[in-house]
Ligand binder design. Sequence first.
Ligand code: GTR
Length: 326
Amino acid sequence: MFHTLTKSLVGAAALAVLGCAASAAEWRGWNIHVDGYPNTVAMDKFAELLADKTGGEITLQMFHGGTLGSQPDAVEQVRLGGLEIGNFNLGPIGPIAAEANVVSLPFIFKDVPHMFRVLDSEGGQAIAAGMAAKGLMPLAWYDAGARSFYNGDKPINTPADVVGMKVRVMNNDLFTGMIAELGGNPSPMAFAEVYQALKTGVVDGAENNWPSYESTGHFEVAGYYSLSQHLIIPECICINTDTFNALSADMQAAVTAAAQESALMQRDLWAAREAVSRKAVEDAGVVVNEVADKAPFQAAMGPVYEAYFETNPGLRSLVELIQATD
Ligand code: GTR
């Protein structure tokens, strides 16, 4: 009797442990940025909120600093389910999900608030659905400001200043097209390689927002920052679509709420960090140049848009929808 009872208790305990192991999930997440960067802090917050809101049923181990690989590789990993979570810029997602590529058209957004208005409306739903269909579901949108050109030689005021310049871009044909249309030589390259490439002259310049220009140390080796603001690209907390769909409705709601709360935090941190980064690089001697007239840069982008429409004739209406959004 005692023996039987003990056995059944042991069995129950074992089952409880097994049950727990079957329902509790341990996710892994990718982020490219260094400690203290707004996205790093906000992704850690996401992990904390995830554990809280799911009662510990889902935990997330974040791997920062790109330690799990380059962004294009990590995007593939999340699509395939090798990783559950990524904090991605939509630039490297565009080649996979055509709807998401719309945000990588130069000058598509008037400013960051315009981008968020689009993301929070029908346009954003189309982008999210296109991504989810490719295995990458966006749970919330992060701010990544505007990207501008920097190099070691001179301020950039007109497209003529880009002629002949070798410029690093993220992996996406829209970005190589953008540099080519300005008369430069595009050089797609992983983020982690850009510092050395600038330092050794493998490239003459690159382009990014204030916080990335500062946090990577690129300003140390490319001291002219010209406010072209040619790209305003959102970032996401993205989850593998199947992982999300396999969750109960309650868990889905908890995961989404955690992501959205993290995004609100990220946007506040971002606004503060832009100013801090700008001051830091200016104090370090960077020459900051306002681009008085962006119209010639915009005008040069016609063929980039045409190439996008040729590849995706069905997405002309999405572009028009964005342009018509106030
Ligand atoms: C940063 C972005 C990163 C990465 C990087 C790059 O602004 O946050 O995800 O895309 O730019 O230029 O590769």
